[in-house]
Design a protein. Structure first.
Length: 94
């Protein structure tokens, strides 16, 4: 499996993992930051063919989502706007 973020090839790290478990490929982003906001393209290949998928990840800070209150936190840690599975890409065996 290979994935690109805005055209840049990704490799597994402490922050981003490319996984293949029980026939399912996944791109996992831990502790999302605004730097992760991008279009992601992934491709899996084997003797049966090629499967492609993509997702656009949008990130907004907690401060942008928070309503002002007396007890509100001042944390501005970002949160994923939506979490999309990049795809369960599995080759049909047989």
């Amino acid at each position: 499996m290979s994935c690109v973020q805005d055209g840049k090839t990704l490799t597994s790290s402490a922050h981003i993992r490319l996984e293949y478990i029980e026939g399912v490929c996944r791109l996992v982003i831990d502790s999302v930051t605004v730097d992760d906001e991008a279009e992601y393209l992934c491709e899996a290949r084997n003797e049966h063919g090629v499967a492609n998928t993509w997702a656009e990840v949008l990130v907004e800070s907690k401060a942008a989502r928070a309503r002002p209150t007396l007890a509100s936190s001042t944390s501005t840690a970002p949160a994923a706007v939506r979490r999309l599975p990049l795809a369960a890409v599995a080759a049909a065996a047989a």
